[in-house]
Design a protein around this ligand. Structure first.
Ligand code: HEM
Ligand code: NAG
Ligand code: NAG
Ligand code: NAG
Length: 341
């Protein structure tokens, strides 16, 4: 699956620097130096992903992540939703490579001023990264830490556990705006369009779309994303968002806002969905039976959510598992690289 060679970003950038400063003769020397370096340290090969990828090199990994997530959520439960949404936004465009954590010029975080990933949740992952690297050295990627922290946040909030394949490398650049633009739109009313969005991330089954939208069982949204008024509930939303307080954050699961349960689906069956994309799931005959099933049977939601999260964790990486272990989640180790598009 992921037997692709890791390009050595350090050697590449060193070569470029030497070539820039010393011209053609320098370049020949640089090539010789590079060849020597390659002989001395053969290119690392990305091992296949596995559950026990870090078992020997960082046995404390999972306990450090779990205890950090437990402590953080005890202070601020809303971080669980923050982590879950960040993970979705990381994995969807080009696989789970922590590309969404890069900030500054050209970053995915600047794609649309309304994106609003929770800054404290982004920072939590880098804080955990610091603890893990202090214990084990820089052997675990931000991508792996984000995946584990998200899983643990789901569990701490009351949701199902699932296994996480480890060994993902951190990207060397953000995803292009083209790929980020494939993220689904909350004003989308067509399940067909939502399904085709999800298919680009390897999530082609209607059950994947319905179960993963269940991430909205926790979390809140800015008023600008609410659906237009066409019934009593959307009228209340409108009133809360215009008359009462336009700056308020709307619970996405109005029944049990902070618990990871099937309240979101129960709300949908009574037309209390916040986004048009949420309501589409109960309005379309291809997804409505799945919504009703999840509303009646929490266990069947949990089983499908776990399955679909594992799929999301393995969303395709078009360039393969290529990258590095970032020393800081917010920037690449080498010179800051920006997306092409
Ligand atoms: C049909 C697909 C989806 C659409 C259109 C959508 C859209 C949105 C939007 C617009 C927000 C509010 C952002 C803001 O107010 O700044 C949001 C929040 C959220 N989304 Fe989704 N989303 C989708 C699927 C997912 C998936 C697959 C997950 C994870 C499995 C997810 C997890 C969340 C969470 C947890 C929040 C709350 C974040 C917080 O409270 O900080 N969403 N979503
Ligand atoms: C990136 O995010 C971190 C954590 O939120 C913050 O400390 C840092 O200033 C940010 N850097 C840029 C360039 O935005
Ligand atoms: C943010 O949302 C507002 C209200 O929907 C919209 O007018 C604006 O264009 C959006 N900005 C970006 C950068 O997407
Ligand atoms: C509107 O605001 C009130 C008061 O904060 C709240 O009880 C109610 O649940 C809100 N309505 C919706 C649809 O969220």
């Amino acid at each position: 699956m992921h037997h692709i060679n890791v390009r050595n970003a350090h050697n590449k950038s060193r070569l470029k620097n030497i070539m820039g400063s010393r011209g053609a003769r320098g370049a020949a020397v640089a090539v010789a130096v590079l060849q020597l370096a390659v002989l001395l340290s053969p290119p690392a090969s990305a091992a296949p992903l596995s559950l026990d990828f870090h078992a020997a090199s960082c046995p404390q990994l999972e306990s450090i992540v779990l205890s950090s997530v437990q402590a953080a959520l005890q202070k601020e439960i809303a971080l669980a939703a923050g982590l879950l949404r960040i993970f979705f936004h990381d994995c969807f465009p080009q696989g789970c490579d922590a590309s969404v954590y890069l900030n500054g010029t050209g970053s995915e975080q600047l794609e649309g001023a309304n994106l609003s990933l929770q800054p404290r949740a982004l920072k939590l992952v880098d804080d955990i990264r610091a603890k893990v690297h202090a214990a084990c050295g820089p052997t675990v990627s931000c991508a792996d830490i984000s995946a584990l922290a998200t899983r643990d946040a789901v569990v701490v909030s009351g949701g199902p556990s699932y296994s996480v394949l480890l060994g993902q490398l951190d990207s060397l650049a953000p995803a292009s705006s083209d790929l980020v633009g494939k993220l689904p739109n909350p004003s989308e009313t067509s399940v067909r369009v939502l399904l085709s969005n999800f298919r680009t991330a390897g999530l082609g089954e209607p059950a994947d779309l319905v179960a993963l939208s269940g991430g909205h069982t926790v979390g809140r949204a800015q008023c600008i994303f609410r659906r237009p008024v066409d019934d009593a509930f959307s009228g209340k939303l409108e009133n809360n968002c215009t008359v009462v307080n336009p700056k308020r954050l709307q619970e996405l699961d109005v029944i049990t806002p902070d618990a990871f349960d099937n309240g979101y689906y129960i709300a949908l069956t009574t037309r209390q969905g916040v986004f048009s994309s949420d309501m589409a799931l109960i309005r379309d005959p291809s997804t409505a039976p799945i919504v009703r099933q999840f509303a009646q049977d929490k266990a069947s939601f949990f089983a499908q959510f776990a399955k679909s999260m594992i799929k999301l964790s393995n969303a395709p990486r078009p360039g393969g598992n290529v990258g590095e272990i970032r020393r800081r989640c917010f920037s690449t180790n080498g010179p800051r690289l920006v997306a092409d598009a």
